[in-house]
Design a protein around this ligand. Structure first.
Ligand code: NI
Length: 138
């Protein structure tokens, strides 16, 4: 078994805001991420798949095809977009890095399985110092 990772980058705007709370409580909990007039991040998404190496290619997965899949299913839909306003699969979602990562997993899991691999983990880096990793566990 071998693990292979493809890294992609995009930038997007969002606001992390719980509508059940006051503006003051949102600012207290989410800080600058609750700014009413949005803000952006330069995100780094790392997609790790696992599988057996092909005898013919020595590859677990053709990284060119994995990159194309990530671009089509994720990057084209979120890059230079506002998570809260422009991205249908994040509609009505509190756009924490955790929730965004989980939404990406739900999109990528099946098509990666269809390519003969298993999605092992997603790592989504929101800032230089903060990232989320998800392994598909409930
Ligand atoms: Ni933010």
């Amino acid at each position: 078994m071998m693990y292979v990772t493809r890294r992609e980058t995009f930038n997007a705007a969002h606001k992390v805001y719980n509508p059940d709370w006051s503006d003051a409580k949102n600012m207290e909990v989410f800080g600058g991420c609750a700014n009413p007039n949005w803000h952006g991040h330069n995100y780094v998404l790392s997609v790790t798949v696992k599988g057996e190496m092909s005898k013919e290619t020595g590859f677990v997965i053709d990284l060119k095809l994995l990159s194309q899949l990530i671009k089509k299913e994720i990057i084209d839909k979120v890059d230079h977009k506002n998570f809260n306003l422009d991205v249908p699969f994040l509609k009505d979602t509190l756009t924490s890095t955790e929730n965004v990562t989980k939404a990406f997993w739900e999109i990528l899991d099946k098509p990666i399985a269809d390519m003969g691999c298993k999605l092992h983990s997603l790592k989504l880096q929101e800032t230089e110092n903060n990232y989320v990793e998800y392994f598909g566990e409930k």
